[in-house]
Design a binder for this molecule. Structure first.
Ligand code: C2E
Ligand code: CA
Ligand code: CA
Ligand code: CA
Length: 278
């Protein structure tokens, strides 16, 4: 038993070493990537599900490493958050997407709302509000056409988060609760924070057409939003069945592969053109 325990410990240790080595490599690659701007953004359309008109888009970051290829956000965003690198990266994402959205605003299209994911580390940065203000000024974007997506778990910290959200609201930027329904928090923050939109988590949409609980949860969220005057959007809308089920609850917004995958700039422009002609 003793021998066994020792071996297990060594194996465990090796794994740890391996993990931290991989982590250190990824971390230094991430630092390099930020310096060299190895990132680009994709934009996923958000739709009015009753009219099929595009109403906005969510910016989603992509990392294209010269040797490793595309590294998905779920692999590097958590690391960027742990190391604080999300602060410079997040600043780049916001600036880049605002410049792009402003360029699109100047086209013949109706104004679209840009949604940008903001992580808790950015909100905690004492310079965040000043940075946001200067990016809005520099890019020319109308703050009314800008929305921050913040995950529900972050909003549970009402006391620390309220002053920051109020500053964001003062600038004219809207707040959307990302992954709504998964944050394990009491709903009272909705009352105390300046929130505009609930974004129903994809886990409730995925099986909405075949699971009674998901159907009822989505319905309850939509009713809640309607009755207290918030917007509501469903994410992860993939199937015609999802659309049919969601539309039973009245007019809401939707985002997902059914309408479009996240698109590179030129493909998004194509999407806009066809949406505009249709
Ligand atoms: P999220 O904010 O919840 O973003 C939604 C994710 O669902 C995106 O994955 C999107 O590509 C994907 N998605 C969209 N439609 C569908 C669909 O119909 N079905 C399915 N199965 N998935 C769909 P992505 O781009 O891989 O991003 C994953 C997460 O990484 C995001 O989750 C967000 O938490 C984070 N992330 C991505 N871009 C950024 C960013 O610019 N800043 C920050 N802070 N986080 C980001
Ligand atoms: Ca999001
Ligand atoms: Ca989400
Ligand atoms: Ca998420």
């Amino acid at each position: 038993v003793k021998e066994r325990g020792k071996n297990d410990f060594m194996i465990f240790n090796k794994q740890l070493e391996h993990q931290s080595l991989e982590r250190r490599i990824l971390e230094s690659a991430l630092r390099q990537a930020i310096k060299e701007e190895q990132f680009y953004l994709e934009y996923q359309p958000k739709m009015d599900m009753s009219t099929n008109e595009i109403i906005g888009m969510e910016a989603l970051v992509r990392w294209e490493h010269p040797d490793l290829g595309i590294i998905p956000p779920l692999k590097f965003i958590p690391l960027a958050e742990e190391t604080g690198l999300i602060i410079p990266l997040g600043e780049w994402i916001l600036k880049e997407s605002c410049f792009q959205a402003f360029a699109w605003q100047n086209n013949d299209f109706p104004p679209l709302r840009l949604s940008v994911n903001i992580s808790v580390r950015q909100l905690e940065d004492p310079n965040f509000i000043d940075k946001v203000k200067s990016i809005v000024r520099e890019t020319g974007i109308d703050a009314k056409n800008l929305e921050f997506e913040i995950t529900e778990s972050v909003l549970a910290n009402v006391n620390s988060i309220a002053p920051i959200l109020k500053e964001i609201q003062k600038i004219g930027i809207s707040i959307s609760v990302d992954d709504f329904g998964t944050g394990y928090s009491s709903l009272s923050y909705i009352k105390d924070l300046p929130i505009d939109t609930l974004k129903i988590d994809q886990s409730f949409i995925k099986d909405i057409h075949e699971n009674r609980e998901s159907k009822e949860i989505a319905k309850a969220i939509i009713n809640l939003a309607n009755s207290i005057g918030l917007n509501v959007i469903a994410e992860g809308v993939e199937l015609k069945e999802h659309v049919d089920e969601l539309k039973k609850n009245g007019s809401i917004h939707g985002q997902g592969y059914y309408y479009s995958r996240p698109l590179k700039v030129s493909a998004f422009e194509e999407f806009l053109k066809t949406a505009h002609e249709a």
